[in-house]
Design a protein around this ligand. Structure first.
Ligand SMILES: Nc1ncnc2c1ncn2[C@@H]1O[C@H](COP(=O)(O)OP(=O)(O)OP(=O)(O)O)[C@@H](O)[C@H]1O
Ligand SMILES: [Mg+2]
Length: 589
């Protein structure tokens, strides 16, 4: 079976330990028949046998040996149990550790499309609960199954050794038990798959709500969110209850069958004793071991439940394990050579799933040039720049850097040549210094300050309680929108890559600060191709070229002056923005 193979593969390095644990389980469980055997000897020789009284005096040594044997076997079983448990725990914990690292790497290596389609809460469920369930199964469920089987087989063999007919009578109960269990398993399996799905939904909504708590507060939607959570929680609880209730449908039958073992033993065993076919001691041995047959039957329900949970979880874990990103490569930051920085879009068409977002986009950016991209919201500006470091791949056409299709470049090298400040600013809960130097942890402190100055961030950083060592909250809590943007800009500049992409990076800063940033961008030192997405004509005016995008198509392209002359979209935007300013000036003057 595929899943079992998967587990086996991941036990590498711990296989010997695991097999040892399995063997010890079998040995330990088989030893359960030792004591009933010894007590049978004691009963037959010293209590119920014909020469019991003589033996008590004459063969005292044997009695003592048998008693010591019973104590010895008990101690041996306890010791074995201890060692066995330790091996199971070690092997399964080691496996868990390895798989968890592997999965984490796997998730880190996924492309953007994967994160578009998979929710954080679900990923967290897989990395924690599901993985723990798999480990639990490996340590406890497999142990229970192996031990139940071993005890059962040992007891049955011993019973056959004592009396085959009586054993057959007892085993008559096995088929109905198996049929009932099978029916139970078939009914409960889909329920556990549903249960697992609801847990993931519950976790996803919890995670999203905690992450977006500020929004919830801003809209005073706590009640609504709590209600939504309550609903999901109730859903999960109901699914859990429903699964448990199914067991209750089958439980009475299985319990009755398990109890019936005692009844059969009493009647059939009693008759055999009366007919002198078996001794009292043998009957006692049957009686002492009957649990070894009935208990596994009782455990079947629990085992089936756990196995279903195990498969529901394992499927989810294996999904990550075998998820192949379409865009992948080694993540060697700063590896390889430095590109010249020319960028060419050659009849590029792009789709998210099936929605076409870019159609037949062509333009060229020469090394060292600054190109601005402008256009209405949703026009596809962010999408264009996402294609340069290959966050997504084109549907048709090509994106070329230094004349080479990005799909033919080494991914680590390609990304090592692009500095990007994304539209959606994400900072880490770390020091400001750590955030600016995120792309280059070796960055000297002087340089951190230099880039912060270039991004017009130095002033506000120095005013913070601990300057560059101030720790900012998750996602940059404690900073204003414009401050976050400036840190993101400093972070993007600090990696000194030949291609710098700024997606709406100055939208939240005032005009004066923006002018400062613009002059910084012109004086970055090393040759750097810049693509700047912006809405303000004050930002785009100085660019070598401006590309106007609308509905995924390039509708205008040229310098500031050329586009104004064309009297198209750019001209409209320019007039709109400057009319406003003129009116303001008039109002104040
Ligand atoms: N991950 C995604 N999956 C599916 N569709 C997407 C995804 N990202 C963006 N889109 C869609 O692609 C289109 C272009 O989005 P894009 O983010 O490129 O616009 P934009 O020009 O950057 O807009 P804005 O000025 O608001 O930032 C939009 O219609 C958007 O709904
Ligand atoms: Mg955008």
């Amino acid at each position: 079976m595929f899943e079992v193979k998967w587990l086996w593969k991941n036990l590498e390095g711990n296989r010997a330990r695991y097999i040892l644990a399995l063997c010890l389980s079998v040995i330990g469980s088989s030893l359960t028949i030792a004591n009933p055997y010894l007590s049978q000897r004691i009963v037959d020789t010293f209590i119920a046998g014909d020469d019991a009284v003589q033996n008590l005096t004459g063969r005292r040594g044997l009695l003592i040996a048998l008693c010591l044997g019973m104590i010895g076997f008990s101690l041996l079983r306890t010791g074995l149990g201890y060692v066995t448990m330790m091996q199971y725990e070690r092997a399964s914990q080691n496996m868990l550790y390895n798989v968890r690292i592997f999965l984490y790497n796997k998730i880190q290596g996924q492309d953007r499309e994967y994160f578009d389609h998979n929710r954080t809460g679900d990923q967290m469920t897989r990395m924690t609960g599901d993985l723990e369930m798999v480990r639990h199964s490996l340590a406890w469920i497999v142990k229970t199954i192996i031990e139940s089987l071993a005890v059962f087989l040992a007891a049955v063999s011993y019973f056959f050794y004592i009396d085959a007919a009586l054993t057959w009578w007892l085993l008559l109960l096995a088929p109905p038990i198996f049929v009932t269990s099978y029916m139970f398993a078939r009914r409960v399996r889909p329920m556990y798959i549903g249960l697992r799905e609801r847990l993931s939904q519950l976790n996803s909504s919890t995670q999203e709500n905690i992450a977006a708590n500020r929004v919830v507060k801003a809209f005073a939607r706590e009640e609504y969110e709590i209600e939504k959570f309550r609903e999901r929680n109730a859903n999960y609880q109901q699914a859990n209850k429903a699964a448990a209730m199914v067991w209750l449908d089958y439980f009475p039958y299985l319990e009755t069958f398990a109890q019936a073992f005692n009844v059969v033993l009493m009647i059939a065993g009693g008759i055999l004793v009366m007919n002198d076919r078996i001794t009292f001691g043998e009957f006692a041995a049957f009686s002492a071991l009957i649990w070894a047959i009935s208990n596994p039957m009782r455990n079947i329900g629990m085992i089936i439940n756990d196995i279903q949970r195990f498969f529901a979880s394992l499927t989810k874990v294996v999904e990550i394990y075998y998820a192949q990103p379409k865009i992948a490569g080694e993540r060697k930051a700063d590896a390889g050579k430095r590109y010249g920085g020319s960028i060419r879009f050659d009849h590029v068409t792009f789709k998210y799933d099936s929605a076409t977002v870019l159609s037949d986009v062509s333009f060229t950016v020469h090394p060292g040039e600054t190109v601005a991209i402008m256009g209405p919201t949703g026009a596809g500006k962010t999408t264009i720049v996402n294609l340069i470091p290959r966050f997504y791949d084109v549907a048709e056409g090509r994106v070329l850097i230094d004349g080479v299709d990005v799909r033919e470049l080494d991914l680590g090298e390609l990304r090592g040549n692009v500095g990007i400040a994304t539209q959606d600013v994400l900072l880490f809960s770390d020091t400001i210094d750590g955030n600016v130097a995120f792309g280059d942890p070796e960055l000297p402190e002087d340089d951190t300050v230099r880039y912060a100055k270039l991004a017009a961030a130095d002033d506000f950083i120095r005013k913070m309680p601990e300057g560059y060592d101030t720790i900012i909250g998750e996602r940059g809590v404690g900073l204003s929108g414009g401050q976050k943007q400036r840190l993101a800009l400093a972070r993007a500049m600090a990696v000194r890559r030949p291609i710098l992409i700024l997606d709406d990076t100055t939208s939240a800063v005032d005009l004066e600060t923006e002018a400062h940033i613009q002059s910084s961008l012109n004086n970055l030192g090393a040759l750097c191709t810049k693509i700047i997405i912006a809405q303000r004509t004050s930002t785009t005016a100085a660019a070598d070229r401006i590309i106007i995008l609308d509905g995924g198509r390039v509708i205008e392209e040229g310098t500031h002056a050329e586009l104004l002359e064309r009297r198209g979209y750019y001209y409209e935007v320019f007039m709109l923005q400057n009319e406003g300013i003129e009116r303001q000036v008039a109002a104040h003057g």
